[in-house]
Design a protein around this ligand. Structure first.
Ligand code: ADP
Ligand code: MG
Length: 433
């Protein structure tokens, strides 16, 4: 095929894939090139490894479908580095540093809710090991912790040749466990204790994992003593992580602890505009304002709203107006949570049976889960107090009210109880996770 012909087909494939998968569509798709198209294989050239990873992980299916629809042949698709592209820097021995290409400082909107976290991340990336060590970010889910951690790594890579390890705490724990199983703990230790920068996301995962806490403690000490940068994130403050050893809590607070709060309306508007722009969608101020009002609690919701609106506009071929945005969002069915969903998660967590909850038993081990069920049912469903009491052994509405008050009190007085409750809530509202 002539080059011009390949280019033409390629741009059609890109346009089609945007329609097939609007969620993962990015403005920079227009910078991709057809690196090679022969023998049923289309190789798409990308400017850097982060892009290759992003496309492989998120877009392979959509691009393949698009390529097959446009050419009418069973084409397969792969991604590679464009000639002249920049390969990744020196990384941890366990392969490449996987960074999300969108999660950069440029794509991060700074507002009062995250100013300190952002500024400290920028400072650390300019002078790793010398400013805040460790840097500890915390805040509820969906407020940008992972984004900032990736941004620090992107930025650091730009100007320093450093070995960076970025991983979730769950992965750290899993790798540690498999090192034990394979009798290769020293290999594990060498790998983590030799990096220049260690970035661990969601360290609340260390709770109740004593052996991993021990290992983490020694990794921390080794790196810290030799001036290497450590950056951590969690969904709550160090002291609120359930059953985290005192010596770790204290180390986590040696440097800077920065909290991220829920964004204000203005910050949400700016984020909507940034996210839309990133996907190559133009959104008016009014539409951004409307979306920011609809989705208030976390930023993933904002992104979901943009996707829904964009999908509707693409399907019916109309521009994005406030009316269209309303039509798209207001029809969205809310996931229906039943009392049974709540009971399942709570009984599973506390190791009790439904029949216990419905019985007359009044021991603390039964009363607490029963009250937690009542509280969650009150907050997550539209059932009346009577209905909730009815499900839990025919109790009257004053008992349910009392339970809700008691749990509210516990949330305020017992700092370990609040994250536990929000964890249960997450399992109920997001059962797949
Ligand atoms: P967390 O790790 O705190 O749960 P993430 O970092 O995964 O949250 O963020 C969820 C989504 O919200 C990501 O797509 C991220 O890019 C986006 N996001 C969060 N905060 C901001 C911000 N201030 N500016 C732009 N995007 C943001
Ligand atoms: Mg995260």
């Amino acid at each position: 095929m002539a080059t011009a012909e390949i280019e033409d087909i390629f741009s059609q494939i890109i346009e089609r894939s945007k329609v097939i998968d609007p969620v993962n569509t990015r403005k920079w798709f227009d910078d991709l090139t057809a690196a090679h198209f022969d023998g049923g294989l289309l190789k798409i050239g990308c400017p850097d490894n982060a892009t290759v990873e992003f496309l492989r992980d998120n877009c392979k299916a959509a691009f393949t479908r698009a390529a097959q629809q446009i050419t009418g042949h069973l084409v397969s698709v792969d991604f590679c580095l464009q000639s002249g592209g920049s390969p990744s820097n020196r990384q941890g021995q366990d392969g490449e540093l996987k960074l999300h290409p969108d999660y950069t400082f440029t794509n991060f909107v700074v507002g009062p809710c995250n100013r300190l976290a952002h500024a400290s991340c920028v400072a650390v990336s300019r002078s790793p090991g010398n400013t805040y060590n460790p840097l500890f970010l915390y805040g509820s889910s969906g407020l940008g912790k992972t984004h900032l951690l990736h941004a620090v790594c992107h930025e650091t890579k730009q100007h320093a040749k450093m070995t960076i390890q970025l991983l979730s705490c769950e992965e750290f724990v899993n790798r540690f466990i498999s090192a034990i199983e394979q009798g290769n703990v020293s290999g594990f230790q060498r790998q983590f204790r030799s990096v220049d920068m260690l970035v661990i996301d969601d360290v609340q995962f260390l709770r109740e994992r004593e052996q991993s806490q021990e290992e983490f403690f020694h990794t921390f000490n080794t790196l810290y003593q030799s001036g290497r940068q450590i950056i951590l994130s969690a969904d709550c403050a160090p002291v609120e992580i359930p059953s985290l050893e005192e010596r770790l809590i204290s180390r986590f607070t040696w440097g800077l602890v920065a909290r991220i709060d829920t964004p204000s309306h203005d910050t949400r508007v700016a984020i909507v505009q940034k996210k839309a722009h990133l996907r190559g969608i133009e959104i008016s101020e009014q539409v951004a304002d409307y979306i920011a009002k609809k989705a208030q609690s976390n930023i993933r919701q904002l992104e979901g709203a943009i996707t829904t609106i964009y999908a509707l506009s693409a399907t019916i071929g109309k521009p994005i107006t406030v009316e269209l945005a309303k039509a798209a969002l207001e029809d969205e069915p809310e996931r229906h949570i039943s009392i049974t969903d709540i009971i399942e998660v709570v009984t599973d967590y506390y190791g009790v049976r439904l029949s216990d909850l419905q019985s007359k038993k009044r021991s603390q081990s039964i009363t607490l889960p029963r009250q937690v069920c009542m509280y969650l049912a009150r907050n997550l469903t539209k059932h009346s107090l009577e209905e909730i009491g009815g499900h839990l052994g025919g109790r009257d509405h004053t008992t349910v009210m009392h339970a809700c008050d008691k749990i509210e009190d516990m949330k305020k007085t017992d700092h370990k109880f609040k994250p536990l409750l929000s964890n249960l809530e997450k399992q109920i509202t997001n059962p797949t996770k």
